[in-house]
Design a protein around this ligand. Structure first.
Ligand code: COS
Length: 388
């Protein structure tokens, strides 16, 4: 297994995070929902525990987990609300991994220690008003001006933009190449003149997470801001895709953590709620719902672990990552639906946690590539593998 931290140290970390999720984060969930914000003291505790630097290599001050370890830890953290994961998610994943994977030594030196400590929040700016799934079609431009680039365009739904010190921005550097081949990835400090972060979006769920539009108007960056340096001009799409591959395993692990939580809640309810003179868990149709949740949860967890192992062994896992994100998040949607159904009318009431989890989980099938994009990646690669 590549890199990662020592087994015993890792097991301790998992049990610390598991306890933190159950004893500290879950009791704070309602407050986060009401205030639409994560309390400062919890942010400080997450920093203290090193959660922002889970995947940052140790030489830059992070914990340096490998992908299977990251997946297990994220599963444990996501037993609590997905909102808490969102706070660290861009630093652990999409906001920083471009630099970890493809950055120059100087870029890593400059940015990764702050990312690892949580003092620098990194955001991933790919999606645009007119380009979500069609990531290769982005319109934000980075026009050459002397040895600098001027970035112009709008990015949409950017997680942690209001908190960000650093944006990984994908922009078209070759105006004559309309597809993936004309895109470069830039590291842009959030305080660069010309950047405006709009007010946070209002969403269906995951209250306390912050997503916003980010507007770039003549934002001047040197060519050394290209991830990997000027030699990587027009190579940014590949960086984005590689970052998303790893991210899709991470999202699968999130889905598993939340699925376990929802199944536990539904099981507790089935054990205590009585109808027709006995706990509803003794009725076979309710047992069928529980069994389907448990079977899918087992399959999802096994798939995350297998894909993470492949990524660790081979340095990539494109088809596996898409299968994982697709299956685990769709399964989580079905588990949420059954868990709510087991609650009957109570499941629809905000007084019970399942109503909130049901709304929160919905986003998993959309971000970091919709289910339909995963189907497309899986099918295209299945066809080309067989044809080769
Ligand atoms: N790893 C490395 N390289 C990859 C790759 C991957 N996972 N996926 C694609 N590439 C490369 C391809 O090999 C190709 O290179 P060549 O031109 O040298 O052959 C290039 O990138 C373009 O790939 P492709 O032709 O498949 O690009 P498309 O424009 O057809 O788009 C999809 C591919 C749809 C899969 C891509 O746009 C995508 O993943 N969209 C979803 C984006 C997303 O997840 N958004 C969420 C927002 S971020 S939270």
């Amino acid at each position: 297994m590549a890199s990662g931290v020592d087994g015993e140290v890792f097991e301790q970390l998992v049990s610390t995070v598991d306890r933190f999720a159950r004893e500290r984060l879950i009791p704070a969930e309602r407050r986060v929902e009401e205030e639409d914000n994560i309390p400062d003291e919890i942010v400080a505790e997450m920093k203290e525990m090193g959660l922002f630097g889970l995947s940052t290599p140790e030489e830059f001050g992070g914990i340096g987990l490998n992908v299977p370890q990251e997946a297990r830890l994220i599963e444990a953290l996501c037993y609590a609300s997905l909102t808490f994961r969102s706070l660290i998610g861009t630093n652990v994943g999409i906001g920083s991994q471009g630099i970890v994977m493809d950055g120059t030594p100087a870029q890593k030196e400059q940015w990764l220690p702050g990312v690892a400590s949580g003092d620098v929040i990194a955001a991933f700016a790919l999606t645009e008003p007119d380009n979500g799934s069609d990531a290769g079609g982005i319109r934000t431009s980075a026009r050459k001006d002397g040895s600098d680039f001027l970035i112009n365009g709008t990015k949409r739904f950017i997680t942690n933009a209001v908190r960000a010190e650093l944006f990984t921005v994908f922009a078209r550097t070759d105006p004559n190449e309309p597809g993936a081949g004309g895109v470069s990835a830039f590291i842009v400090p959030a305080n660069t003149p010309g950047i405006t972060v709009a007010k946070p979006d209002s969403k269906l769920g995951q209250r306390g997470t912050k997503t916003s539009d980010v507007i770039f108007e003549d934002v001047r960056v040197p060519e050394s801001a290209i991830i990997g340096g000027p030699v990587n001009l027009n190579c940014g799409f590949r960086t984005a895709m590689r970052v998303l591959d790893r991210g899709r395993i991470h999202v699968g692990a999130m889905a598993v953590g939340q699925s376990q939580r929802m199944l536990d809640i539904a099981t507790d309810y089935a054990l205590t709620r009585k109808q027709f003179g006995k706990p509803i868990g003794e009725h076979q149709l309710v047992q069928g719902l529980l069994a389907d949740c448990q079977a899918e949860l087992h399959a999802a967890r096994a798939l995350v672990r297998a894909s993470a192992d492949t990524f660790d062994r081979e340095g990539k896992a494109i088809i596996e990552a898409s299968c994982t994100k697709y299956f685990c998040t769709e399964a989580a949607g079905r588990i949420a639906d059954r868990a709510l159904q087991i609650h009957g009318g109570a499941g629809y009431m905000t007084e019970y946690d399942i109503e909130r989890l049901y709304r929160d989980i919905r986003l998993l099938r959309i971000y970091e590539g919709t289910s339909q994009i995963q189907q497309l990646v899986i099918a295209r690669r299945t066809l080309t593998q067989r044809a080769d």
